[in-house]
Design a protein around this ligand. Structure first.
Ligand code: DX5
Ligand code: ZN
Length: 221
């Protein structure tokens, strides 16, 4: 009962020195959106990109920018990420004591608001906010790095998230991020995922088009 299935390459595993070219390649290969991982070296043990780079990326692609904020106090930077051209902004429930306020501040600007939770954070922690969000992201690795192993328990969590969304009758997109590859995408699709984030499996492959085609087959499209 999900929404249209989408593939979102995570540029974390792209060659940052040739970012425009890498984005053009996945766009030509049939990607549906571009996943941008923002890491602050505080909430997660890695450091990546900020609003200026999102602004530059915005100029080189027509695809929606799915910006995943792995940072503490995201409210301090949300206006800048919106100005930079984000289409989706997703915050971690672990970093947002005032989640409702943050979600509203994103939606007020006409940007899609997402919420996500780490593998060890229970699904019930997003139950109350679900009617207010456009997207629910289930992390299937502990955030911070590309190329990590998919945590198998995430599959059952995804099923429960699907049921929670369907039972509520809401049109929330269900996304999965971490260790997603052609081999496990069939199962993830059956569990109810709508959006599949994948970094190393795409950018680490020789032929992005071939990989994305394999992914589409795996998710039944
Ligand atoms: C993990 C990031 C992911 C990451 C996924 O902290 O949120 O988006 O880029 O990379 P892969 O697909 O290699 O696990
Ligand atoms: Zn991500």
């Amino acid at each position: 009962m999900g929404l249209p299935k989408k593939i979102a390459p995570s540029i974390l595993s792209a060659d940052f020195a040739r970012l425009a070219e890498e984005i053009a390649k996945v766009e030509a290969a049939g990607a549906d959106m571009i996943h941008v991982d923002v890491m602050d070296g505080h909430f997660v043990p890695n450091f990546t990109i900020g609003p200026p780079i999102v602004k530059s990326i915005r100029k080189v692609t027509k695809l929606p920018l799915d910006v995943h904020l792995m940072m503490t106090n995201p409210e301090n930077f949300i206006p800048e990420f919106i100005k930079a051209g984000s289409d989706y902004l997703t915050v971690h429930v672990e970093t947002c004591p005032h989640l409702h306020r943050i979600i509203q501040s994103i939606k007020e600007e006409g940007v899609k608001a997402g919420v996500t939770l780490n593998p060890a954070t229970p699904l019930v922690s997003v139950e109350e906010i679900l009617p207010d969000v456009d997207l629910l992201l289930i992390m299937s690795v502990s955030p911070g790095f590309g190329g990590q192993q998919f945590i198998p328990d995430a599959l059952e969590k995804l099923r429960r998230a699907r049921k929670m969304i369907d039972d509520s009758g809401l049109k929330v997109e269900l996304e999965v991020d971490g260790g997603v590859k052609p081999d496990n995408m069939g199962a993830l699709s059956q569990a109810g995922a709508d959006i599949f984030v994948s970094g190393s499996a795409i950018f680490g492959s020789r032929d992005y088009k071939d990989t994305i085609q394999k992914m589409r087959k795996a998710i039944g499209e």
